[in-house]
Design a protein around this ligand. Structure first.
Ligand code: C2O
Ligand code: CU
Ligand code: CU
Length: 468
């Protein structure tokens, strides 16, 4: 049973911060935005009671669900009302999440806190954990990262109708000034970027040098094999499963999880003329693309015996097929663009201007290629599809930062080699997705495709499509 409500939680010193949270009563008291755990195949039955003064929902991000239980804005739960979400978890093991999704208010409600994690487990995942010798909650930890704009009274603030809400404070697992004591050994972190709009480029650094890191999974669970990386791009809504080695560090040493600087590409033409003032609405905010420290890691003595320094072989963690050969699949072209008035569109659809009727219908059980093309003068858009996990099959005209990460044919990076529900399409880029629209549901099921930069979504960079 979750109750969406304003809480008196004091995240920051001073007056109550009034975090909005999904609140659950547990034996230990009240839990805010609890981590939910399910086995693949389990049925989930979650009640939502809306104690806010406005519509809300619980959206099950990344799950293969039917329309009624998807929790999109198509089925708002009014202030004071209740409802139940009943779904069967048939996703692969991985880190998924849940969050509010009312039309036009998703950014406001997530900024204030309405989001939590859902960990899905299966036999393969539990076996891997055994082989790694990393216990969940000890050296296998979720890091839910979000930036918040906090005012002088330490209250979380949000301006409706804002562009790209970025913050001046970072929370990891709802904790300000986060740090973690680590022993000199391998750790597994499940990174989730639950920021409204901030793209992160996470890197674990010791004395400005990246620590050894392996990418082992993404949105939809494990990759086939581990990939060594120094850092990665993690857009709003994306998840990454990584192993990080602190083994070379001595007790007393400090490391940092930092979002490195990158070229933010915010509507810049050659002269930078269209770049908005990134600080306008966000006093003290670190601009998009500037380095930002997320969390400190303090190396401590290992109390028990030293854990093994070596990892088991991670060459065949999971049977993940190569991206499918999509020759002959129908192609749906989707163009991301802004009009002269600064409104975002997917082709000619803007959710508020075009109405909420499905933009198109996909035949259930068919497979399609969705070709998403971003304009040259644009921003990176993390595009998210409800109801289905997809495969990225190609990237073309990628910016140098992405081209440099290619590890497979057709421009794919290591992050593209698993199942995804959110994919970044950089300015100028053409990204092709392979989507299998098979599902066990009947009748017309409506879902959303949208940018997960929540201010873009709320301003209409979203469409409804139907599967029937
Ligand atoms: Cu996580 Cu439609 O969103
Ligand atoms: Cu979603
Ligand atoms: Cu966008």
């Amino acid at each position: 049973e979750l109750s969406a409500q304003a809480t008196q939680s004091n995240l920051f010193p001073g007056p109550a911060t009034a975090l909005w949270a999904y609140t659950a009563r547990t034996a230990a008291g009240e839990a805010l935005n609890p981590l939910l755990r399910a086995r693949r195949g389990d049925s989930i039955d979650v009640g939502l009671r809306n104690r806010l003064n406005e519509d809300t929902t619980v959206h099950w991000h990344g799950l293969h669900v039917d329309e009624a239980n998807d929790g999109s804005g198509l089925h708002p739960v009014a202030a004071g009302a209740s409802r139940r979400y009943r779904l069967r978890v048939d996703n692969r093991a991985g880190l998924y999440w849940y969050h509010a999704h009312p039309h036009g208010r998703t950014g406001a409600q997530l900024q204030r806190g309405l989001a939590g994690l859902l960990l899905v487990e299966d036999e393969e995942e539990l076996a891997l954990r055994q082989r790694l010798g990393l216990r969940w909650g000890e050296r296998d930890l979720p890091l839910m990262i979000a930036d918040k704009q906090v005012d002088a009274r330490n209250a979380i603030v949000y301006k409706d109708g804002a562009d790209d809400w970025i913050g001046n404070r970072v929370l990891v697992n709802w904790t300000p000034e986060p740090y973690l004591d680590v022993i000199p050994a391998w750790y597994r972190f499940r990174l989730a970027n639950v920021s409204n709009a901030r793209m992160l480029r996470p890197c674990f650094l010791h004395e400005d040098k990246p620590l050894p890191m392996l990418l082992i999974g993404g949105d939809g669970g494990l990759l086939e094999r581990a990939w060594p990386i120094d850092d990665l791009f993690l857009a709003p809504a994306q998840r990454a499963d990584v192993l990080v080695d602190f083994g070379a560090l001595a007790p007393g040493a400090k490391a940092v999880l930092r979002s490195l600087d990158y070229v933010a590409m915010e509507n810049e033409d050659e002269s930078g003329a269209f770049a908005p003032d990134p600080m306008g609405d966000h006093p003290g905010a670190v601009a998009m693309g500037e380095p930002l420290d997320l969390m400190e890691l303090r190396v401590i003595e290992c109390a028990t015996q030293r854990p093994p320094a070596q990892l088991p072989s991670l060459d065949a963690m999971s049977a993940v097929p190569a991206p499918p050969d999509t020759a002959g699949w129908p192609v749906r072209a989707l163009r991301l663009r802004m009009d002269e008035q600064g409104r975002w569109f997917i082709n000619d659809w803007n959710f508020h201007l075009s109405g909420h009727e499905p933009a198109f219908t996909v035949k259930r059980g068919t497979r399609e290629v969705w070709e998403i093309r971003n304009s040259m003068t644009s921003m990176p858009h993390p595009m998210h599809l409800h109801g289905f996990q997809f495969r990225v099959v190609s990237r073309a005209i990628s910016p140098p930062d992405i081209r440099g990460r290619q590890v497979a044919a057709n421009g794919l990076t290591a992050q593209d080699l698993g199942w995804s529900d959110t994919v970044v399409v950089w300015p100028g880029e053409i990204v092709r997705l392979a989507i299998d629209f098979s599902q066990p549901f009947q009748g017309v099921q409506r879902y959303m495709l949208h940018c997960h930069n929540l201010e873009h979504e709320d301003m209409g960079m979203m469409l409804t499509f139907a599967v029937a």
